[in-house]
Design a protein around this ligand. Structure first.
Ligand code: ATP
Length: 238
């Protein structure tokens, strides 16, 4: 890894069929830093994550990971290169146990020992998952399910983590726990892109960079320290 940004999206447009939603947006994600992505409902945040993860094709523009062009790579190939997506709504396998969910999230080709070690690492990081290891994922609380979604992302061994509204529908005390868990990824060198509505909480120590979408366009891109919480909260949150 060089000194430059890990993931670079350059004037990327993303949409659905003939409908372009995200228009010529440029974003740089750095290893060991969290970039907060704000915007009203419908601004295109989820669509941008779709474009970066490869779930949605980029209509125009380029995406580079570590200097290599990944624009035309399929989502599973991008995942294998270390781009993890945690979608909104706790998309886990509810009928499987916590342990089975984590096993499914492991990259292919690990030895049995390496796989066991990786699962142990995830359980060390998220103790609640160790406690609930053999419980059905669907029986966990909302916050625990979100922890499992993050744990599954960790099991994949990400270099870039894209997270869509992890706090959605959760109690404030759980939200702080989740944001702290998200910050652990960056402390270990992951480049994080975090979509959140909770501007003050996120800018209060959890993000270093801020980008804002409005009507599918990038309207703000700056350091967190030079970004006004009040202005973002008043103008650009759903
Ligand atoms: P929210 O917080 O409400 O999820 P968002 O900023 O994530 O907002 P997107 O979900 O990216 O916004 O939606 C941006 C626009 O794209 C909206 O106008 C939405 O109607 C449209 N859109 C989203 N998904 C589809 C789809 N599958 N087909 C067509 N249009 C879509």
């Amino acid at each position: 890894v060089g000194a430059g940004p890990l993931l670079v999206a350059d004037r990327v447009s993303v949409g659905y069929g003939d409908l372009t939603v995200v228009r010529e947006v440029s974003v740089e994600l750095n290893a060991g830093r969290t970039t907060a992505l704000f915007g009203r409902n419908g601004a295109g945040k989820t669509t941008l994550l779709g474009g970066l993860s490869g779930l949605l094709p980029a209509g125009t523009g380029t995406i580079h990971l570590d200097g290599r062009d990944i624009t035309s790579l399929k989502p599973w190939t991008r995942a294998a290169k270390g781009i993890a997506l945690v979608q909104e709504g706790k998309r886990i396998f509810r009928g499987l146990t916590v342990h089975e969910n984590l096993v499914l999230a492991l990259p292919r080709g690990l030895t049995r020992a390496a796989a066991a070690e990786r699962i142990d690492q995830v359980c060390d990081r998220f103790p609640v998952l160790a406690v609930r290891r053999n419980h059905r994922a669907g029986s966990l609380s909302g916050g625990q399910q979100q922890m499992l979604a993050l744990g599954s992302a960790l099991a994949a061994g990400p270099r870039v983590l894209l997270i869509d509204e992890p706090s959605s529908g959760l109690a404030p005390v759980v939200v702080q726990e989740l944001l702290t868990a998200v910050s652990r990824f960056k402390q270990e060198g992951v480049a994080v892109l975090l979509v959140e509505q909770l501007v003050e909480e996120v800018l209060n120590g959890h993000a270093e960079q801020v980008v804002v979408l409005d009507g599918g366009k990038l309207v703000h891109s700056a350091d967190a320290t030079s970004t006004s919480v009040d202005e973002i909260a008043a103008s650009y949150v759903g």
